[in-house]
Ligand binder design. Structure first.
Ligand code: 5AD
Ligand code: SF4
Length: 433
């Protein structure tokens, strides 16, 4: 097709945005758009934004500034802002950056085609009664063997630092039949691994089902070999979900279970509604049923009022758990959240704590990775490696693995003996059956 319009889409932030971007690309395909990686070629630029920390939010405005010469040279170029900054700032974005043509919040993506045609307002940030997923075109499926599938959106937890309950709204779960249908469609297109996504995915509740029952039903889908889910809240780790980690072989031994802090005082101020000890108990129970599970977490340092002793408690919790991975963040005051009202701690103290925290996490991450050397793991090939005769994939523990295998095909799940560990990945050789 020679007259196809070109869409350049940039995704910031979390995996839910990655999933939403895919769905928007599919919706815009119906309007004659194909994607391009070259922004200068684009007829439409769509920025799918993140509002979680100030830096993430400000990135949008610097990127929009950089688009100005392009828009001047090509006045027909459409520029759209999607995602959580769109939701939070709405029409303000166009006031600050008049080059923006469309502003669309995460619950209104199904309206994009109408917005482009001029049949809907240029700013859509409602939480409409209709379900966007019902109105978006059916999944085309992806060429990749590992896919995301959003099953739950929004959050009712109201952690004191977090904008998500405001930008993504309250918890909503998608119906079981829609999820099973989408999963089967993805598998028919070659997907072997699905990661279920939700801001609070383990709070999933629909048709009387919780997440554990949904995972077990998905495990019955023929051809679907691996299941993961993210992100979870400790208070929603129900008994049946913990049990599934022990007896559902398709559920991979990796769990992202953010704790944010190891200090009870700070956890309380964060409105996390659990103690450090309660978290450690959950970790113990999961490890009892699945001893080799790798855990990951998010941590915030420099939350208002955090003392040295509070920070020490975080380090102690990390030492007690032993993480395979973790994301570390410096607290960022977000307008409209309760914590933003509190006095902040000096930035240099937050910086030095972040540095220490990252040091400890890097050590643990490396130790978890090094411990794989000599072990046999399964790897799902996701793409050819950089070297000829090499494949790149993920192990069941979510480690990136380079495998010497000249006959390997994308989508294969193979047994691999790990031979080496480097800073961000493992290397191994295929074990012939
Ligand atoms: N400042 C710093 N980190 C934050 N997160 C959420 N809100 C903030 C904030 N205001 C982190 C939390 C969460 C992750 C997705 O982002 O650790 O788990
Ligand atoms: Fe934000 Fe807390 Fe909800 Fe996670 S659980 S999205 S950190 S409010």
């Amino acid at each position: 097709m020679t007259d196809a319009k070109k869409l350049f889409i940039k995704t910031y932030g979390c995996q839910m945005n990655v999933y939403d971007s895919e769905r928007m690309v599919e919706a815009l395909a119906g309007e004659g758009y194909v994607t391009t990686d070259v922004v200068e070629e684009a007829d439409m630029v769509l920025l799918n934004t993140c509002h979680i920390r100030e830096k993430a939010s400000e990135k949008l405005y610097s990127d929009l500034g950089r688009l100005r010469p392009l828009k001047t040279a090509k006045p027909g170029l459409k520029i759209g802002v999607a995602g959580c900054v769109a939701q939070a700032e709405g029409a303000e974005i166009q006031r600050r950056m008049p080059l923006v043509d469309l502003v669309v919040g995460p619950q209104s993506y199904h309206r994009l085609p109408a917005m482009l045609r001029g049949d809907a307002p240029a700013v859509e940030t409602d939480f409409p009664a209709e379900d966007k997923f019902d109105l978006l075109p059916e999944r085309r499926g992806t060429a990749r063997p590992a896919a995301f599938l959003t099953v739950q959106e929004g959050c009712d937890k109201f952690c004191a630092f977090c904008v998500v309950p405001y930008t993504r709204g309250s918890e909503v779960s998608r119906p079981v039949d829609r999820i099973l249908t989408e999963a089967r469609l993805l598998v028919a297109k070659g997907v072997r691994e699905i990661t279920l996504l939700g801001q609070n995915v383990n709070a999933y509740h629909a048709d009387g089902w919780g997440l554990a029952r949904l995972l077990r039903a998905l495990a019955q889908v023929e051809g679907l070999e691996r299941l993961r889910y993210t992100t979870s809240h400790p208070n929603d780790m129900e008994d049946d979900l913990i049990a599934a980690h022990g007896d559902e072989p398709k559920l991979m031994p990796y769990l992202h279970l953010p704790v944010q802090s190891g200090s009870d005082r700070i956890l309380k101020a964060m409105n996390r509604k659990h103690t450090a000890e309660a978290y450690l108990r959950i970790v113990d129970r999961i490890r009892t049923v699945r001893p080799d599970i790798l855990l990951s977490s998010d941590f915030i340092v420099g939350f208002p009022g955090e003392t040295d002793a509070d920070f020490e408690a975080t380090l102690a919790l990390i030492r007690a758990v032993g993480y395979g991975m973790a994301y570390t963040f410096k607290y960022s005051a977000r307008p409209g959240t309760p914590a933003a009202e509190k006095p902040e701690i000096p930035p240099e103290i937050a910086d030095s704590r972040l540095h220490m925290l990252q040091g400890l996490i890097t050590t643990q991450q490396r130790a978890a990775q090094d411990a794989m050397v000599g072990r046999e793991v399964s790897v799902l090939y996701e793409k050819p490696g950089r070297m000829p005769g090499q494949m790149m994939g993920k192990s069941d523990h979510l480690h990136a693995v380079h495998v010497g295998d000249s006959a390997g095909r994308v989508g294969e799940i193979v047994r691999v003996r790990i031979s080496a560990s480097s800073s961000n990945s493992l290397a191994g050789v295929r074990i012939s059956e």
